[in-house]
Design a protein around this ligand. Structure first.
Ligand SMILES: Cc1cc2nc3c(=O)[nH]c(=O)nc-3n(C[C@H](O)[C@H](O)[C@H](O)COP(=O)(O)O)c2cc1C
Ligand code: SF4
Ligand code: SF4
Length: 252
C-alpha cells in the first residue's frame, strides 16, 4: 500500500499522511512530482490518492499524470481523498471515474474540508482560529475514516449518482473550461525581487527567471503554491491582490 498525492499548499499531503500512516505505518507516501512515483505505483496493490479539488474537478497536472501513465492503474485498489476549501459535489467521483476507466478498482472516497489555498480573493479569507478549527475537524474526520477502513467499511463520499449531479450542476457546468487546459492567467507584479523561490518550487516548471525577474510561461495548473510562498506577495491568479498567505505549515 502507498499514499500518493498532488498538493499545492500542503493540505492534500497533510491529509494523506495522517490517514495512511494510521492505516499502515509502513506505507510509503509519495508525490506525483517525485521521479519514483510511477515505479512506486507499479509496485503497489493499493493506493490512497489525495488531491485538491478545483471547481469540483481534478487539477490538470493530476489529470495528465493519470492519462499519460494510463497503463499502470489496472487492477489497483484505490481510495480517494479529495480536499477542498468549501464544497464539492463529487470531487472524489471525478477521479474515481477516470481511474475506473483505466482499470482501477475504487474502494471508496472522502471529502475533507481544509483551509482555502486561494489566497488572493478577499471573500475566501479566514482567521487563523477558523483555519485551526477546520484542521481539527479534518483530523477528527480522518480518525473516523481510519476506524471505518479498519472495519472494512470504506466511506463512499462523492461517488454516487446524486453527488455527480451536485458536482455537475453546482459547479462544473459553469467552470469546466477552467481546468480543461493549463491557465494563462498567472500575473507577477513589479514587487518581484528575483529570489527564484517560485521558479524552484513550481510543479509545472511554469516560472522562468529572466534578468532577475520571474516570468510565467502561462502553463499553470493553478496549485497556488508560488502565490502562497512568494516573500513579496508579487504573484496573483484569480484575484488582484494577495490577502493572506496560508500554506499549511504556517497554520499548524
Ligand atoms: C483553482 C482552485 C479551485 C478551487 N476550487 C475549489 C472548489 O471548487 N471547491 C472547494 O471547496 N475548494 C476549492 N479550492 C480549494 C482547494 O481545493 C483546497 O484549499 C485544497 O485543500 C488545497 O489543497 P492543497 O493544499 O493540497 O493544494 C480551489 C482551489 C484552487 C486553487
Ligand atoms: S517568489 Fe516572488 S519575489 Fe521571488 S522570484 Fe518569485 S515572484 Fe519574484
Ligand atoms: S505557477 Fe504557481 S500556481 Fe501555477 S503551477 Fe506553478 S506554482 Fe502552481
Amino acid at each position: 500500500m502507498i499514499g500518493l498525492y498532488f498538493s499545492g499548499t500542503g493540505n492534500s499531503k497533510f491529509c494523506v499522511e495522517r490517514l495512511v500512516n494510521n492505516v499502515d505505518s509502513n506505507a510509503k507516501i509519495i508525490s506525483i512530482e517525485d521521479c519514483n512515483a510511477i515505479y512506486e505505483i507499479i509496485q503497489a496493490d493499493c493506493i490512497y490518492i489525495s488531491y485538491p479539488v478545483q471547481y469540483s474537478n481534478i487539477p490538470k497536472i493530476l489529470f495528465d499524470f493519470i492519462n499519460d501513465n494510463s497503463m499502470i492503474w489496472k487492477n489497483k485498489k484505490v481510495f480517494i481523498i479529495a480536499t477542498m476549501g468549501l464544497f464539492s459535489g463529487d470531487g472524489s467521483g471525478m477521479l474515481a471515474r477516470l481511474l475506473k476507466y483505466h482499470g482501477a478498482i475504487i474502494l471508496g472516497g472522502i471529502h475533507i474540508k481544509m483551509p482555502d489555498s486561494i489566497c488572493d480573493e478577499k471573500v475566501l479569507k479566514h482567521s487563523n482560529e477558523v483555519n485551526h478549527l477546520t484542521i481539527q475537524k479534518a483530523l477528527t474526520k480522518i480518525s473516523e475514516t481510519v476506524l471505518r477502513i479498519k472495519n472494512n467499511k470504506y466511506p463512499q463520499v462523492g461517488l454516487s449518482f446524486g453527488s455527480r449531479c451536485l458536482g455537475l450542476f453546482g459547479q462544473r457546468l459553469y467552470f469546466k473550461s477552467k481546468t480543461k487546459t493549463y491557465s494563462n492567467k498567472l500575473k507577477i507584479n513589479d514587487n518581484c525581487i528575483g529570489c527564484g523561490l517560485c521558479a524552484k518550487n513550481c510543479p509545472m516548471h511554469n516560472i522562468e527567471m529572466l534578468n532577475h525577474k520571474a516570468i510565467s510561461k502561462q502553463q499553470c495548473t493553478m496549485c497556488y503554491r508560488c502565490i502562497n510562498e512568494c516573500p513579496k506577495q508579487a504573484i496573483t491568479l484569480l484575484g488582484k491582490k494577495v490577502v493572506q498567505q496560508n500554506k499549511i505549515e504556517n497554520i499548524l
